[in-house]
Ligand binder design. Sequence first.
Ligand code: EPU
Length: 435
Amino acid sequence: MDRLVIQGGKRLSGSVTVSGAKNAVLPALAASLLTDQPCEIRRVPAVRDVTTMTRLLGTLGVSAEQDLEAHSCKLTAMDTRPCEASYHLVRQMRASICVLGPLVARRGKARVALPGGCQIGHRPIDLHLKGLAALGADVRIERGDVVVDSPSGLKGTVIDLAGPQGPTVTGTCNVLSAAVLASGRSILRNVAREPEVVDFMRLLRAMGARIDADWPAGILTVDGCSELGGASHEVIGDRIEAATWAAAAAATGSDIRILGIEPNTATATFDWLASLGVGVDVLDGLHSDETGWAITAFGRELRAADVVAAPYPGIPTDTQAQFAAVLTQANGKSAVNDTVFPDRFGYIGELYRLGADIRRVPTGAIINGPANLIGADVMASDLRASAALVIAALAAEGETVIRRIYHLDRGYETLDAKLTALGAVAHREEDEYRF
Ligand code: EPU
């Protein structure tokens, strides 16, 4: 098991190019189950969740050849008989649930282990199941698995995907995957509008699906077809990674350029950073790897600002922890609230260990800044909490050791190499403790 060692207090400089979006690539890989034609997914990040997904697809009869250098993955469903996603793989990654809709749509049945508990709070899948049941599937829970059968095929209908915490991202992908192969028309209301869902719809369209989108209204109209073909699709840049780098620059008073990201996929994020007093300029390049943002934080005093994480187009819940780390360096009192995952505050105790003035309140967290952070040993607890610790470590004086960084490896490609390229003093090493 590795740990990350960071010598803090150094300013970052230069450019960083973000990888393909983890949360776009996972459903895109699972979409290979919808056809027996080859699919090619491009800009695939070399992260652990991708490895878990290709392994899972392998157990489902899909040949998946990942080319790490080319960042591509070629997938062909060779054997259409397997329908079971085992607990052994599903418990490693909740996004395994993305195979549910494609399996039912194409193979008529699926047995997928329920993912179980999660560090960031309760994560039900009732909306996924409600959508599949509305399309005519028989849905039940058996011995910890979701079992879905649709022997005579799915039938288009009207489905409302609104949940108590807003729409569902992977639930929308699952129900959409099923609706594209259902007979007749489906109307999906209150769908998630995250850029990763829009990207997924583009892939399905490239495979031949007939989907009409009214994104401002959150409505997708789908005319089902009997089969889909293969496609070659490049996923969007990772807006969460981009926000993580921007937060790192803000917390360390650095000027950096973040490239490979479509600026309009993260407007709320960058508006929020600008409200702290950070300079945020859109870079309009000719090519996609030249577009992004220039962040200017050198010599700027950060102002306190509240964060309310909300479904798109709001500030993403996946940047909430990183923004809390920035606020430890801002002048004044800030409140952080997460309407998507109200319990996603597992990082508070570790930021406190680094010297942050932060406390849990019923609505989230209250932070007083700026705090003089001092390096310490800390423990990563989930993917974005780990990213928050990296940001705090960069802003802290002295050495911070972040343990259990396999959480970071789930979603950030070559994070240590990118940190070093930006001038941070950081390295990965084997941990003498096994937790
Ligand atoms: N919800 C329900 N019922 C459902 C599904 C969701 O009530 O059937 C609730 C959830 O409990 C939550 C809210 O709806 O309060 C939104 O959950 P959602 O289903 O959208 O989350 P998800 O699809 O499981 C994806 C991302 C997460 C990201 C969330 C929210 C992937 C693979 N995962 O999860 O990413 O936080 O959307 O934007 O796309 C991460 O990358 O660190 C991460 C956790």
